[in-house]
Design a protein around this ligand. Structure first.
Ligand code: FEO
Length: 402
C-alpha cells in the first residue's frame, strides 16, 4: 500500500524509511534509520525526482503506482547516481519504457557502470541553467558538482518555490511520519544528526558547497527538498546559515571537546582531571569521548561544532593508539580546519604520540596547536603542567577564529 505525502499542490513525497539498515554506506551507524527521499511532480507532464535504495524499492513502486493513477511518467530526473538514490532506475525504465531520463553528461558513464544496460534512447542531457516545462511548472537545473559526487545537480521549480537539493541539506534518521521540519524539534537532537551527516558525507567538499550556496541564494525557496531527512517548510534560512558555517569550516560554538584513547584507564583518568579543571574554571558544555567506544562519525560531527579539541592518546606499537590514529586520519581526509588543538600523550616508556600526531596535524590548514603539550608517564602524578595547559585552552577560546 502507498505511503505518500503532499508537499505542495503539485509535489508529492514518494520516498520512504529504512530502519533495518545499521550502517549508512556500510560505514556510519544509523540507529534511527535513514529516509531515502523521492518526489513526484504532477502536471501536464509527470516527473519523478530521483529513485531510492533497493531496500525500500517495494514501497517506492507502490507509491509510484498510487500517484500515477494508471498514467505513465514522462521524466525521471537523476540528480545523483549514488546507489542509495539510483538503485531503481533500471527497474523504473523497464516498467515505464517511454520515460525520459533527465541527467548531466557526467551521469552517463555511471549509468553504464552500475547497470550495464543501454539507456541511450531514454537520455535527455541537461546542463547549468537548462529548463524543461512540465505545463504549469518548470524544472530548472543547477549543477552542484562534488556535493557529493561529480555528476550531482539540483532542480528548482520556481512556480512551487521548491528546491530539490540532492544530498545537500539532508540528515540521517528515518522520518517517522513527520515529513516537514515544522513538525519536529529541528534545533536540537535532529540538528546533531544533520551535522553528523554533513561533516561525514559532504564535509570534505566545503568549497563546492559554498559555490552552490551562492548559486541558490537568489532563489525564492519555500520548500527545501533533500534526498534524506525532513523537507524544510519553515525557517529555511536557519539551516542555510548552518551550511554556510559548516562549509566554511568555522566552528559553531566556542565549546571544548576532549577525545581520548585509553588502554587501562590512565589516560581516561588524566582526561577526567583535565575536564574537571576546565569545568572549575567556568568552561561550559564540555564534551568527552572515548574513541574506542564512540563511533568516529559522531566525534567528527562534534568537531564541526567545537572550536577547541583536545586529543589524548597513548603511544601504541611506537605509534598512535590505532582508534585515535583512524580519527586523526579522518580529520585530515575531511579537511577540517580553523580549530585549536591541545595534545596529551601517555607512555610508560618512549612516548611518541604527540610528535606523531603533530606530524599529521601539519597536513591540515589553520590549525593552532597549543604550545603546552602534556606528557603523562603511565599515570598523572601532578608534574605535567596541567594548569598551564588549562590556561592555554581558556585563552584560546577567547581568540578570534581565523
Ligand atoms: Fe545520499 Fe551521496 O548519496
Amino acid at each position: 500500500m502507498e505511503c505518500i505525502r503532499k508537499v505542495t499542490n503539485k509535489i508529492y513525497y514518494i520516498g520512504g524509511d529504512d530502519r533495518r539498515i545499521t550502517m549508512f554506506e556500510n560505514l556510519f551507524p544509523v540507529e534511527n534509520g535513514v529516509a531515502y527521499n523521492s518526489y513526484f511532480i504532477e502536471d501536464e507532464k509527470l516527473a519523478i525526482i530521483d529513485t531510492v535504495d533497493h531496500s525500500i524499492s517495494r514501497q517506492f513502486f507502490e507509491n509510484i503506482e498510487s500517484v500515477l493513477k494508471g498514467r505513465s511518467p514522462d521524466y525521471l530526473v537523476i540528480q545523483h547516481m549514488e546507489p542509495d538514490h539510483c538503485a531503481c532506475i533500471k527497474d523504473l525504465v523497464q516498467q515505464y519504457p517511454n520515460i525520459k531520463i533527465i541527467a548531466t553528461q557526467k551521469t552517463v558513464p555511471m549509468l553504464q557502470q552500475f547497470f550495464n544496460y543501454d539507456f541511450t534512447n531514454h537520455l535527455q542531457l541537461v546542463k547549468e541553467g537548462d529548463q524543461i516545462s512540465l505545463g504549469e511548472t518548470t524544472l530548472q537545473f543547477i549543477m552542484a558538482p562534488m556535493v557529493h559526487w561529480p555528476e550531482v545537480m539540483m532542480t528548482y521549480v520556481p512556480e512551487e518555490k521548491a528546491l530539490f537539493s540532492s544530498d545537500a541539506f539532508g540528515s540521517f534518521g528515518a522520518l517517522n511520519g513527520n515529513l516537514f521540519n515544522s513538525d519536529i524539534d529541528y534545533k536540537h537532537a535532529w540538528l546533531e544528526e544533520a551535522r553528523r551527516y554533513y561533516a561525514n558525507i559532504v564535509g570534505k567538499f566545503g568549497l563546492q558547497v559554498q559555490s552552490v550556496l551562492k548559486k541558490v541564494s537568489p532563489l525564492e525557496i519555500e520548500m527545501l527538498c533533500p534526498l534524506h531527512g525532513v523537507v524544510w517548510d519553515k525557517d529555511i534560512s536557519y539551516f542555510v546559515e548552518k551550511y554556510s558555517l559548516w562549509s566554511s569550516y568555522l566552528p559553531e560554538q566556542e565549546d571544548v571537546m576532549i577525545v581520548y584513547g585509553s588502554i587501562y584507564g590512565n589516560t581516561e583518568n588524566a582526561v577526567n582531571i583535565l575536564a574537571n579543571k576546565l569545568g572549575q574554571q567556568g568552561v561550559k558544555n564540555i564534551t568527552v569521548f572515548d574513541v574506542s567506544k564512540t563511533d568516529i562519525s559522531y566525534i567528527i560531527g562534534h568537531m564541526w561544532r567545537c572550536k577547541t579539541i583536545v586529543l589524548a592518546t597513548p603511544t601504541y606499537n611506537n605509534g598512535i593508539f590505532p582508534k585515535m590514529d583512524a580519527l586523526i586520519e579522518d580529520m585530515v581526509a575531511l579537511g577540517l580546519k580553523n580549530r585549536v588543538i591541545g595534545l596529551v600523550e601517555n607512555g610508560t616508556w618512549a612516548s611518541m604520540a604527540n610528535k606523531l600526531v603533530m606530524a599529521k596535524l601539519e597536513k591540515m590548514k589553520n590549525i593552532t596547536v597549543l604550545e603546552t603539550k602534556l606528557t603523562v608517564k603511565s599515570s598523572l602524578n601532578g608534574t605535567e603542567n596541567i594548569e598551564q595547559f588549562v590556561a592555554e585552552i581558556i585563552a584560546a577560546r577567547k581568540e578570534e577564529t581565523q
